[in-house]
Write a protein that binds this ligand. Structure first.
Ligand code: PLP
Length: 367
């Protein structure tokens, strides 16, 4: 049996007609860059996230960068984030002129460890970016408390957590800004590149809207040096269609995770992720942890099962960030996880038969 890591085609086929009609409308009105289809998506995505406003941008990396700029973060500032994340989180910090400061993650959530944040705060610290890795939110209350005590902004990197919840509150709505990627493989994926920032901070939203559109509110009247970080019309139209299906797709992912959890519960040598009592996990990634990770991936590959690693090298050990001066061994939890993590196939259209096959092959390998 062949099991892809992700099957974008299977999902497209379930919404083919709606997508065709939505794209045709964009063609008929030629609203290609920004415009009404992006505005319409923003109007539905903000309430979905329980936030006041959404700002559509070019991709998730733009979203993080635009949020940092909107909150006034720049040169000589420091921003704390999890060392175990996709590099975009740190790139956005670097590209607004600030310095990324890494903190290790918790063993059970793989997210920013609130207990280690205060040791990383200096007089230059301006913000904390928790990353809701794999679709489960970081432990937000202690993070928000620390931020409040030290006068810091909180920007959520919710690129893997569309619709995830923390004690009933949606990802993106708890901090000063929440950033989303709609990269095609994300839980809510565009048919191209797209992203969004959500926020309840009216002043910051104003700056973000200007910044993403060349610093202008009125065409050719530039109030600030901005950038072109607009979402395009086709992506707005696709995302509006797909957002209506997202709750059902999320429930399908959660059901698949439950099945994986049940079948893998007693397999010795396999460590699973745990959904926390305060969390609604949306399973962007279904991770397991094993000692012989590379051998397991090779074995599963030979059996037609595609897997991934998220992520093989924590940011402090990336060549790109050597200038920050971190050393191997400095973030032991992230390093431990990076050496053992495997992502199993996870997408709404995955079938029970596929999950049973994957688990039977994992058991075969472990035995
Ligand atoms: C995907 C992702 C991003 C970047 O999003 P792009 O749309 O690819 O720019 C940022 N942070 C995290 C955690 C991500 O998973």
């Amino acid at each position: 049996m062949k099991v892809p890591f992700l099957d974008l085609k299977a999902q497209y086929l379930t919404i083919k007609e709606e997508i065709g009609e939505a794209l045709q409308k964009v063609l008929d009105t030629t609203a290609f860059a920004g415009g009404p289809f992006v505005a319409e998506f923003e109007k539905s995505f903000a309430p979905y996230c329980q936030a006041d406003q959404a700002i559509g941008v070019g991709n998730g990396t733009d979203a993080l960068w635009v949020a940092l700029i909107g909150l006034g973060i720049g040169k000589d500032d420091e921003v704390i984030t999890a060392v175990n994340t996709f590099i975009a989180t740190a790139e956005a910090i670097s590209y607004c002129g600030a310095k990324p400061v890494f903190v290790d993650v918790e063993t059970d959530t793989f997210n920013l460890d609130p207990a280690q944040i205060e040791a990383a705060i200096t007089p230059k610290t301006k913000a904390i970016i928790p990353v809701h890795l794999y679709g489960q939110m970081a432990n937000m209350q202690p993070i928000l408390d620390i931020a409040k005590k030290h006068g810091l902004f909180v920007i959520e990197d919710a690129s893997q957590a569309h619709g995830a919840e923390y004690n009933g509150k949606r990802a993106g709505s708890l901090g000063d800004a929440g950033c989303f990627s709609f990269y095609p493989g994300k839980n809510l994926g565009a048919y191209g590149e797209a992203g969004a920032v959500v926020s309840n901070n009216a002043k910051a939203v104003d700056i973000m809207r200007m910044f993403r559109d060349h610093g202008q509110k009125q065409k050719y009247y530039h109030g600030m040096v901005g950038w072109n970080a607009r979402m395009d019309g086709f992506q707005g139209a696709v995302l509006s269609v797909k957002l209506k299906h997202l709750p059902a797709w999320t429930e399908a992912r959660r059901a698949h995770a439950k099945k994986y959890n049940e079948l893998l519960a007693n397999v010795s040598g396999v460590t699973l992720a745990k959904e926390q009592s305060w969390a609604k996990h949306v399973y962007h990634i279904y991770p397991i942890f094993v000692e012989k990770r590379d051998e397991l991936m090779k074995y599963l590959g030979e059996k037609g099962i595609a897997t991934g690693i998220h992520y093989p090298i924590p940011l402090h050990l990336q060549e790109a960030y050597q200038e920050l001066g971190y050393k191997a061994g400095q973030f032991p939890i992230a390093e431990h996880l990076a050496a053992r993590q495997v992502s199993l196939p996870m997408f709404a259209e995955l079938t029970d038969e596929q999950i049973e096959y994957i688990v039977s092959e994992i058991k075969q390998f472990m035995a």
